[in-house]
Design a protein. Structure first.
Lengths: 387, 387
């Protein structure tokens, strides 16, 4: 597969911004105040691993007209200048007395107004990347109302562009190939931790930029949980080895898992694996424009329940995917999100079939006008075996 | 070097908690409310890469007496049960109607009280990992006052235990060895991106768990910034290649850089490199118990200024280090933090000596009763050369 061009054109960012501004107007916002890395990158293209340092806040303001404005520490200015953003305002940071607040306030207050409201990352599935005390100080002194902009921001980011989907597709293919090659590289008796190290290195070699998420869990016939690990446990005959990964290419995640039979597994485990493979098929087929996330959930839940599920501590059967490992919506009864073209979704049926024995499958798809399009290479119907 | 035991004993967590409770009492807090991964892990030992998913908030409450209480989504319960935490309260998440808030509120309200105040991650160098709207809702309904607990939390985390220092030392040694081996693995004409890929893989092979931070930047005689990259630029004769890394072992970071001469560099670059090497020596020597961060800054700044610095967009000359890439304090004029035994610090002198030509050095040290102890392998006084 051809490596997608890194980054995005100014034309794409202009299109993203224009679409966002329409959605903002509908939500009654004159501007969005962004602090979180994926939101900053979505509108500016600015990429940094420096987000690991919590010392300095960074701000991007999306006005109701025109291009976004960056209000950032001096340390970030040379790199921000390489993006399509022209209006870059900086302060000497860190500065405990005023870490950008007065500059941010004057920037927001100088913008054209219609609604008198600014949307901030205050809501669900988002965290504000600045001290809350300073946010509240800004909120108390700003001449506009700072309100929950998260539903608006998610409405913007939930529908992807073609180039975003190409990025996700690429990282899905890299991880698919690495998952497929794994049984030839590991053996019974190796530790979960060593297996993860090998897979991480292989995924890096194949062209991923990073692997922020790779839990690996093993257990006889299934696992107790799917989000923590690896541990030092050695894989044994009869285990299911579960590995999930959120690896990235140019800022975009894949998020899907694979299951392996270590030697021979029980007939029960095989039966549940088969049911989940079919549930995945049903979930994929249900993810069409015009359906709701509830429908996708129902398509999978019917099969899972018939297969004898006694629980599922994950709380949903898949979700949105993009610049973050998980994004709205959720395939969950009551979520009620309308599925539209160019959403990228995970299809993630799972079930506990006996206490402490859970199996979970997962694939990634893009929703097209003609229906779902698989971005991952579909997991084999029969469990691959590790010898 | 021997690999440190992963994780920490219950005795260590009890000691951390008892010390924290003394500091909390001094700050006037009956409890701490924690949501951010490093804070949760510091008190519980709970490790997960699932923090990449912003969907579900997680809470840990440190009361004024007794062990911390985990208030977490069901998905995390099996793994939390493996830690020393006994009181684990869960809810079925995601649940947009009540994502743990009522459970958290009743948990906090049932605790013993003296001051009527709870410390939350509201202040500097911290971000709250939960929706601010829900935090404000809790704040409005809680029968105690929710206030800025960040200075208290940083006072707790800023002084490390012996085992924490052993973790940081180990990852510093791994990265030191990889940096030292790099010139034999790369050549003039390779791209920054390929160089980073090789170094990431080598660091993983040597035993690091992850490398969340590895900017690499190259430029003739120096670089314009030190926090973003790699790019596709090919390294050329006359360049300084700058690489920094925050890699981790069992939840602890190193954070230090190395500079390489690509072929031959200018005499100016060599002169500045030598000045920074001496400034690092001075910074290390100044980091003794009883000194202030301002003193460490001054020891380096004097040498840097004498060498003809025209600027430094980093804004400080080093900082704390631990479960995060950067932590308080800052070596900065006016920071005023008293340096005490068992702090772990970076010593990071840097200067721009001509427009767009910056060179930055960095080492990691632990402060002992007898003075500074180097955790990294000291950078060579002469620039290593890439041919």
């Amino acid at each position: 597969m051809k490596i997608p061009q890194r980054g995005f054109t100014a034309a794409e960012f202009e299109k993203r911004t224009a679409r966002a501004q329409k959605i903002m107007d509908r939500h009654g916002f004159d501007a969005l105040l962004l602090t979180a890395p994926p939101n900053v990158r979505y509108f500016t293209g600015f990429d940094s691993q420096f987000w690991e340092s919590p010392t300095r806040p960074w701000f991007v303001v999306v006005p109701r007209e025109g291009a976004p404005i960056a209000v950032i520490p001096e340390i970030g200015a040379p790199e921000m200048a390489l993006t399509w953003i022209k209006d870059i305002r900086t302060w000497a940071a860190p500065n405990p007395e005023d870490d950008g607040l007065s500059l941010l306030k004057s920037t927001i207050e100088s913008l054209p107004r219609k609604h008198g409201k600014v949307g901030a990352e205050m809501g669900r599935e988002m965290a504000l990347r600045m001290p809350v005390a300073e946010f509240l100080q800004l909120r108390g002194s700003l001449g506009l109302s700072l309100e929950n902009g998260s539903p608006c921001i998610w409405e913007i980011r939930m529908v992807k562009t073609e180039t975003e989907i190409a990025h996700i597709h690429y990282i899905c293919q890299i991880a698919s190939d690495a998952y497929e090659a794994l049984p030839s590289q590991i053996s019974i008796g190796e530790s979960e931790r060593e297996i993860v190290r090998k897979l991480r290195i292989d995924i890096a070699r194949r062209g991923a930029d990073s692997t922020p998420f790779m839990p690996a869990i093993s257990g006889p016939g299934g696992v107790a949980q799917i989000v923590c690990g690896p541990h030092d446990r050695l894989i044994e005959k009869g285990d299911i080895l579960f590995i999930d990964t959120g690896s990235t290419f140019d800022g975009y995640f894949c998020d899907f898992d694979r299951n392996y039979a270590v030697g021979q597994v029980s007939d029960d485990a095989k039966r549940v694996h088969e049911a989940l493979w079919l549930a995945t098929e049903a979930g994929i087929a249900a993810a069409v424009p015009g359906a709701k996330t509830d429908d996708v959930w129902r398509a999978m839940a019917t099969i899972i329940e018939a297969a004898g599920a006694i629980g599922n501590n994950v709380g949903r059967l898949g979700h949105g995917l993009g610049m973050q490992l998980t994004e709205p919506p959720s395939h969950r009864l009551g979520d009620g999100t309308l599925i539209v073209e160019n959403m990228v979704l995970t299809i993630e049926p799972g079930m506990e079939y006996a206490p402490g024995k859970m199996i979970v499958h997962e694939e990634n798809i893009a929703v097209t006008r003609d229906g779902p399009r698989l971005l991952t290479k579909r997991a084999p119907r029969e469990l691959p075996v590790i010898c």
